[in-house]
Design a protein around this ligand. Sequence first.
Ligand SMILES: [Zn+2]
Ligand SMILES: [Zn+2]
Length: 85
Amino acid sequence: MGMLDFLNGKLKCIVCSAEAPRKAMVVGFYEKKAAVCRTHMEQWEASGRKCSSCQSTVSGLQEVAFQADRKGFGHADCGGIRLQP
Ligand SMILES: [Zn+2]
Ligand SMILES: [Zn+2]
C-alpha cells in the first residue's frame, strides 16, 4: 500500500494512522499523495509554526510542506510534501 490509502472514501493519516474523511485532512501531492489530520496542523500552528527541518518560523506567506521523515510541518523549500489548500 502507498502513503495514501483510500478506505471507503476515507484517507489514512501518515502521522497517527487514523482514518478520516477528506475534509478532516490536509492532503499533499508530491509524486505520492499523503494525508495528515487537520488536528496535527492546528497543533503545529498553535505551537508557533516552527519548521521541523530548520527550526525557524514558517510565515503565512511561505509555502507549507509536510516533512514525512520528521513527522512534522515546515517550509516547502526545506523539503517535504507540498500541501494542497
Ligand atoms: Zn493523524
Ligand atoms: Zn525550514
